[in-house]
Design a binder for this molecule. Structure first.
Ligand SMILES: *Cc1c(COP(=O)(O)O)cnc(C)c1O
Length: 385
């Protein structure tokens, strides 16, 4: 059996070990430490955002971000349906309810038209909308001009979930710099990883201080342990932050390599019947980090001349599995999850269709040209079957 090709495995460079080594040598694995400070400074330098707080996951960062924006019991938070569950789970931690909004077909991210519809309808029902949670799925920048204008019109603070979008840009500016609060993830499958980790970024010094306070058990200023608010144990360790510093040195390389992988797939899968790499192009002036290359299938129904296939994402996934290649369906929309059966949803046809027709291909930066050829061959076989 040939070696397994994974979807997006960790890809370490050479300098992570230096930072780890130094931390161990200095006996500085806790508390906090120079790697944490350095990693946060790297994130600020890259994004141009004033403050960063490194945390043990992107999910924790979203949770603290929602709390900073004042989200609490009885509130509603606008959120795309087409995303990973970690975007929406923290809304529940706050005792609030997600209001799901459909995608648009160009970027697969939140549809501005549906967003306006959702806001107008919730307000007419007397609901308390507290924040807008935006996601850049698979690293593709959302239609920020339109979405941010609506947020401003209705005075809604924006939490930017850029967990998948480190290294992407919108009109030249790094994603993760557009929200009142923004979030990155350094989970094992993301473009950079600390094995597990996340960060909260904000230009507001008071927000950053509060996030750090909550992340470290909300200890009031006193010589003894004194608490007047609920806190969490959410801080990243100085060891893992060392891995993060080594990884940050590689960010531009990693984005370049993911883009090459994407372009290779786009060119080499172009002739396959009923399959297309999508979304194929970015909005003008923006750059996707191409975290994962995704494809859509055209089902075999009469459809104005486009090439078709009777394969399904699941039949293709199973075929790739027989060749020891990992692939995954696109995120299953959250409004279709039993967990969120009662949450309001605006639109739905776009993301339901994407889920029904889409598949994520192996896109790890360490994969070789041979690996990509193996994936292409397996896709060709799977489509012919
Ligand atoms: C990975 C991810 C998260 C959560 O990050 P963790 O570090 O795994 O907690 C949140 N939102 C999106 C869109 C993600 O892909």
């Amino acid at each position: 059996m040939l070696d397994r090709i994974y979807l997006s495995p960790p890809h370490l460079g050479r300098h992570e070990l230096n930072y780890l080594h130094k931390a161990v040598e200095d006996n500085w694995v806790a508390p906090a430490g120079p790697n944490l400070t350095g990693f946060e400074a790297d994130l600020c330098t890259f994004t141009g955002v004033g403050h960063a707080v490194a945390l043990h996951s992107g999910t924790a960062a979203i949770h603290l971000g929602l709390r900073l924006l004042g989200v609490g019991p009885g509130d509603e938070v606008l959120c795309p349906s087409f995303t990973f569950v970690a975007t929406a789970n923290p809304i529940g931690y706050c005792g609030a309810t997600p209001v799901f909004v459909d995608s648009e077909a160009d970027t697969w991210n939140m549809c501005p038209v549906r967003l306006r519809e959702a806001i107008t309808d919730r307000l007419s029902k007397g609901k308390k909308l507290k924040a807008l949670l935006l996601v850049h799925l698979y690293g593709m920048p959302a239609k920020l001009d339109e979405l941010l204008a609506i947020a401003q019109e209705f005075d809604l603070p924006v939490l930017e979930d850029a967990a998948e979008a480190l290294g992407s840009r919108y009109q030249g500016r790094p994603l993760g710099s557009f929200g009142e609060v923004s979030v990155f993830s350094f989970n094992g499958n993301k473009i950079l990883t600390t094995s597990g980790g996340g960060a909260l970024l904000t230009n507001r010094a008071d927000y950053a201080a509060k996030a750090l306070f909550w992340a470290t058990q909300a200890k009031d200023a006193a010589p003894h342990y004194q608490h007047s608010e609920v806190g969490y144990n959410y801080r990243l360790s100085n060891l893992l932050a060392g891995i993060g510093r080594g990884q940050m040195e590689l960010l531009e390389d990693r984005v370049k390599r993911r883009s090459e992988i994407f372009t290779w797939y786009k060119e080499n899968l172009a002739g396959l019947p009923g399959l297309s790499v999508a979304p194929a192009t970015e909005l003008p002036g923006s750059r996707a980090n191409r975290w994962l290359t995704t494809v859509l299938l055209n089902p075999a129904e009469p459809k104005d001349g486009a090439s078709q296939t009777s394969a399904t994402p699941e039949s293709l996934r199973q075929h790739l599995e027989t060749r020891n290649i990992e692939s995954r369906p696109l995120w299953k929309p959250l409004h279709q999850q039993p967990l969120f059966a009662d949450a309001p949803m605006y639109g739905g046809a776009v993301c339901e269709d994407l889920f029904a027709r889409g598949l994520c291909l192996p896109s790890g930066t360490a994969m070789t040209d041979d690996d990509q050829r193996r994936v292409a061959k397996a896709l060709r076989e799977g489509l012919a079957a």
